[in-house]
Each structure stands twice: as structure tokens, then as C-alpha cells.
Design a protein around this ligand. Sequence first.
Ligand SMILES: [Zn+2]
Length: 291
Amino acid sequence: MKCALVRADGTTELTERHHTRAERGPAAVVESILDVAEGLTGKARAGGLTPVAVGLAIPGVVDESTGSAVWSANLGFRDVPLRELVTARLGLPAAVGHDVRAGGIAEARLGAGRGTRHVLFVAIGTGIAAAQVIDGSAFAGAHGAAGELGHIVVRPEGPHCGCGRLGCLEAVASAAAVGRRYTALTGIPATAAEVVTRASGGEATAERVWRETIEALADGLAIAQALYDTEVVVLGGGLAEAGADLLDPLGVALRQRLTFQTEPRLLRAALGDEAGCLGAALLALDTLEMT
Ligand SMILES: [Zn+2]
């Protein structure tokens, strides 16, 4: 859990990290979330600040309108009314958002997409997911499940995906998939970051794995551009740490795939792994503006 006290202008007053320890079961995780939120409001008050709202960003399927975590595989959540629970415990208005959409909102308003109206935030880590952000608001879809770019099939004969299909983008090109692929070919365990380092050092297998990754990502982004016609694509998550080693070849490969579509600018995320946390705060502040 990445946690922060955030001021109304988006600057961070204090950050904390806590273990989720999901193995304890969903009820215990919810209790920890409430304890941590209560602790943060206590610290804010002790520092002379007045907490005004609470924002939570959760992975999985999130219903932002009811403030509930509909389904979250990692946390074991099923229809958890988080907004209600937070408000009951802390007496403050609360907003519950999806982690990638919250991250996208933060990148669009405060990070790499600042000053741009149309932003597609793509998080490439253990999985791949995207958030379409227009004028600072993320599109959630009819069922809270928009932006699942990781489950576009780019290699129909490709590796198994956790969702049950073959060759989904995240089964081929997530940070986790890059490491798995390299290990399958060489028998040597490696992280995506190590594969990138070896590829830029000229190691043939690493070069091949990285080239295949770039091509799959370019296929995915070309589909995304056909659907979203975005101005900028902000790349975040662990794989974006590769910086120019990712952005430069991906830009070239994407350009080759576009025909009549306008090429989006590819940018590296600016807020790192705190984007989701900052986005949760922005969602919380938005609830105050609406009332
Ligand atoms: Zn899938």
C-alpha cells in the first residue's frame, strides 16, 4: 500500500508504505486499509493540517459510482463497499478508484501528460492496463472495466494469459513476460530490466526477446491509437524504467504500423510508482468540488 497526505495543489506532504499481506484474507486487508487511513489523518491533525477527504485506488474491477471494489484477484475483494466503510470509520467523504485509472489521472494532470487534453496512460508491469484520460477524467466503461489493453490478443498462437486466452499483449510483453521469455530461451532467470541491459550490451537472445517485446507493444499501441486517437501515450509501470531503450524503438515500430492515424507522442511517466496514490488523492478532492 502506497499512502500519502496530499495537499489540494497535488503536492505531497508525507508518504508511507505498508505491507498489504493479502494472505490474511480480504477482511483483514480492509481493516488494515482503514487503520492506515486513520493513522494518516491522525498524523495530519498532529501536524496542524485538516484532512478533508480520503481517496483509495484499488486494482481489479472497481465501481467508482458506488465506491466499491467489485472484484480484485490480488486482494480477494468481492463487492467490498470501501467508500462506505471509510466514511463510517473516519467521518470524511471518500472516493474509490481503479489503480491504473487513478495513475492515469495523476499523470495527465500533474505528470508527463500535463497540459494535454487527450492522454492514454499505459502501465506495463506484472500485467498491462491502460487508462484513457480526457480533460483530466478517466473513462471507466459501463462496468468499470475499460482500458484492459493487456488482454488484446496480439499473438494468437502465443503464451497462455492469466485470463484464459492465448497470446494476450500482457502474456507477451509485460515486464513479467519479458523475464519469463528470456528464462525459457536461456534457462537463466532474469528480470525485464536485466534483459534490457543485456540487449543493449549486444547479447543475441536478449536482443531477440526485447525486439519481440517492442513489436508486440507496437501492435497493441497501434490498436489503441485506432480506438482512442490520443494525443500522447504516457508509458508507466516497471518496464518504462527502460527509458529510451523502450521509447525509441517503440516509437519507430508504432510509426511503421500507423497508416491514416495520427501518431501520438510517446512519453515516459513522470510520477513513478506513486502515480496511483496521487490519483486517489485527486479523485478524493474531486468529490469535494462536486458537492
Ligand atoms: Zn488475457
